[in-house]
Design a protein around this ligand. Sequence first.
Ligand code: 5RP
Length: 234
Amino acid sequence: MPESAQQHAAKLAAAHAALRFVEPGMVVGLGSGTTATLFIQLLGERVQQGLQIQGIASSDSSEQLGRSLGIPITSFDQHRSIDVAIDGADEVAPGLALIKGGGGKLLREKIVASASKRFIIVADDTKLVPQLGRFPLPVEVIRMAVPLVTERLVTLGLKPVIRQAKDGSGPYLTDEGNILLDCHSDGIADAAKTAADIRAIVGVVEHGLFLNMAERVLLAGADGVRELTAGERW
Ligand code: 5RP
């Protein structure tokens, strides 16, 4: 569904609010997706104005964008940790439980998040949900294991569908050449259990449940940008 002007403005406001978490000299995790892209563009402007930072990207596309804007790109070869990573999300539930991977980049996004001292989500308020699972949960799978993993996911009560490339060329392939299974459900009541059950399936590379990872969510809507933290109730 094409996004409305209002949703775009909210994403931009959230991206803008994230700039204050970036300080000179930092290594910054560059997320993926439309909201993270807005953040990278704003960060690129700051770099062109003289801000000295380095970026570690969570996708080939974010790396290319960062480089095109003059953001020096580094890697875990040079830096074992990231000062702050800014990324988007597909769903945000209480406790800052997230579904990510709508853009297909969940594996590197989770690697970047796991190496970050601060992991901050930028999103518009359509992403806020009382319980995860309305958005299909992406699971990244080694190609040969797809039939096996599919059966196991079904036994967990999920309805996996192989993601297709937008150009109609066949299955979507991740940056690592893996397949994504988008798992539909009637809601994920116990996200920690679902995460553990999926992780135990051989052939699964990673899943899009990001639990206990985000420090805060910068959530933008018609009333401006709210900051949600894990302990907060809404
Ligand atoms: C990509 C992601 C994105 O962060 C997520 O899909 C949100 O994207 P957008 O900001 O375009 O709504 O997880 O894998």
